[in-house]
Design a protein around this ligand. Structure first.
Ligand code: SAH
Length: 215
């Protein structure tokens, strides 16, 4: 792990307002270089999104940090992630939660992420392939749910699978230039909603998979 580069990134995250020490420690414990392909490894510690396979991206570290902080994950919690991608966000969540369930629509991405996390000694993540906008009914309810692709509308199936007291973090917006991260808290008396920050995520794609992703 490139420790000086990691330290620089952590300092940048602090300067940008990330203050949860558990989140910063989790980011410090996961080697982001392992989640990007060789040509991008030297940029792994820059505060920037980078390409992964199938036209997808590993999110910007500040966005991962801010969304994870907003999720307020505790050590006994069961967390659902939609959009496994490289597995980086799942690895961060795995450091903070009891168990993480993560769904990806591209099977090769899911398999690669699963292999990498085992390689890194992270064993509390369960992987599934499919349309994550439907959630994971067999494992519901979840204490926390995080969507790492942009939904056109608030995904009702995910709200339904949230425990009372649970938090859902989801980027929402049809237009890539006007997405915002929303936080939805489920309480006894209904839903509380607030908006966290503008972001730019790849779309949450619902329905059938293209043939390319089925290998
Ligand atoms: N959390 C990832 C970022 C992934 S980018 C990381 O840390 O690297 C978003 C991912 O969501 C992509 O891999 C994309 O294929 C996936 N995705 C998009 N729509 C989806 C859906 N309906 N169900 C599951 N995964 C989806």
């Amino acid at each position: 792990m490139n420790v000086p580069a990691l330290q620089r990134l952590l300092a940048e995250l602090r300067q940008s307002g990330i203050s949860d020490e558990n989140v910063l420690a989790a980011i410090g414990a996961v080697d982001r270089e392992r989640f990007v392909s060789a040509p991008f490894a030297e940029r792994a510690w820059e505060n920037t999104a980078l390409p992964i396979s199938f036209g997808q991206t590993i999110s910007q570290p500040l966005v991962v940090a801010a969304m994870t902080e907003a999720l307020r994950v505790g050590p006994r919690m069961k967390v659902l992630e939609i959009g496994t991608g490289s597995g980086y966000q799942a690895a961060i969540l795995a450091k903070l939660a009891r168990r993480v369930y993560t769904i990806e629509r591209f099977k090769p991405l899911s398999k690669e992420a699963e292999k990498l996390l085992i390689d890194l000694g992270i064993y509390n993540v369960v992987f599934d392939v499919g349309d994550g906008s439907k959630g994971w009914p067999g494992q519901a309810p979840f204490d926390r749910i995080i969507v790492t692709a942009a939904a056109e509308e608030r995904p009702q199936a995910l709200i339904d699978q949230l425990a009372v007291g649970g938090i859902l973090i989801v980027p929402v917006g049809r237009d890539p230039t006007s997405q915002v991260v929303e936080r939805i808290v489920k309480t006894d008396s209904g839903l509380q909603r607030d908006t966290l920050m503008p972001v730019r995520f790849v779309p949450l794609v619902t329905g059938a998979l293209p043939v390319l992703g089925q290998g």
